[in-house]
Design a binder for this molecule. Sequence first.
Ligand SMILES: NC(=O)c1ccc[n+]([C@@H]2O[C@H](COP(=O)([O-])OP(=O)(O)OC[C@H]3O[C@@H](n4cnc5c(N)ncnc54)[C@H](O)[C@@H]3O)[C@@H](O)[C@H]2O)c1
Ligand SMILES: N[C@H](CO)Cc1c[nH]c[nH+]1
Ligand SMILES: [Zn+2]
Length: 432
Amino acid sequence: MLREFDGRTFRETFTRAGFDDYPEATQAVRDILAEVNQRGDEAVLEYTRKFDGVELETLLVSEEEFAAAEEAVDPEVRQSLVEAAENIRDFHRRQVQNSWLEHQADGVALGQRVTAVEKAGAYVPGGGAAYPSSVLMTVIPARVAGVEKVVLVTPPQAGGEINPYTLVAAKIAGADAVYKCGGAQAVAALAYGTETVPKVDKIVGPGNLYVTLAKREVSGMVGIDMLAGPSEVLVVADASARADFVAADLLSQAEHDVMAASYCVTTSARLALDLQKELKRQCAQLERCDVARESLQQQGALVIVDSLDEALEIVNELAPEHLELQLSEPWEALGKVKNAGAVFVGPYTPEPVGDYWAGPNHVLPTAGAGRFSSVLSVDDFVKKTSVIYYSPQALLKSAQKIEGLARVEGLTAHGQAVKIRREYLEEKGSGN
Ligand SMILES: NC(=O)c1ccc[n+]([C@@H]2O[C@H](COP(=O)([O-])OP(=O)(O)OC[C@H]3O[C@@H](n4cnc5c(N)ncnc54)[C@H](O)[C@@H]3O)[C@@H](O)[C@H]2O)c1
Ligand SMILES: N[C@H](CO)Cc1c[nH]c[nH+]1
Ligand SMILES: [Zn+2]
């Protein structure tokens, strides 16, 4: 079911689509953004009709809908959401960075203030599957960072309602409001603001191609976390790996989206053979078998390499969203991993442990963005501001050096701002 390559042909022939490779989708997204910018709610409601097939009267989820969701959910699953939320909160609390200010002996004080963004908007996918876990992963770090207002957008289901687990997760995580809209129109609503949806300072969260392209378009006008598009997993496996485990893990990402990408890079020809059989067998049993099959056939790859080092070179070139090390010595290989969103070490850490439970965030860079972007964290919701204080003595001490630097840049006003103070202090005859 996976397309087969050996290490050499893979590196010669495999081309992976990046976010620049979709000119038509990019144009469609630009049109949607412009319409929502101009016409606000009216355009969002129109696109919701067009893409989600739902006629809505209002975008805001009501308190009655939250109450109905609480009634509808299985209490045991609700409890699991509460426990997952605790794991996620606990992990993200360790990421918090404090402001600092250091007074030095020479009359200089330097520091850094860490302050949260005021308003954040979380995109929670909902076109195909429902993603209450993504509610926890986006809202909790924002709350831990101290964001004042955290709102959530997610596409409505066929009847116009939001999945009850998504709403319950929103309450557990502490979201302030949920709006029924998805796709590029939801990103536009958060970026520009509409009559109903507030304009935010930062948009975070994963989504399909349209959501991700929309985030890329509005980036700069509003902050975004990263390009977290269709899911990916790369399993590096040696002869010690079980084909049924590897197959299950590849399918767990393939079922997200026909555009999701699942790769296995192995040193074992035997494993490769067994894996293809296992994929066929297990895929047939899945509810989303059609999605998973198309994803494996269109985007997936099975690569046989001569050595583990060659496998790790491929990892670092692809920078996969998720990397699994199903190896006899996984910790040794970990040291050679440079580019990956999240690494799952050993055969008993399947990727869904991270999707739902362990605590680290599951919003991760895709399509090679892991070469320069990081997993979603508390850092995404704060800004850092430098603080600089110089006493008169400290300024006098460095003034002429600063003036000299300004002179070589040809920026005489810069030099003058320092010189005027130096001369004043020199005339006063004291640095006090
Ligand atoms: N990278 C990560 O961290 C991460 C985490 C979770 C999920 N994901 C990914 O999120 C995605 C979820 O995708 P989804 O589709 O189920 O939900 P989604 O909410 O991301 O997208 C659904 C929306 O896409 C828009 N859309 C669909 N077809 C369109 C078209 N032809 N033109 C314009 N807009 C269109 C619609 O507005 C619809 O509401 C998957 O790709 C999954 O792999 C990624
Ligand atoms: N694997 C997804 C990130 O690519 C996250 C997720 C949420 N629910 C299930 N999976
Ligand atoms: Zn997943």
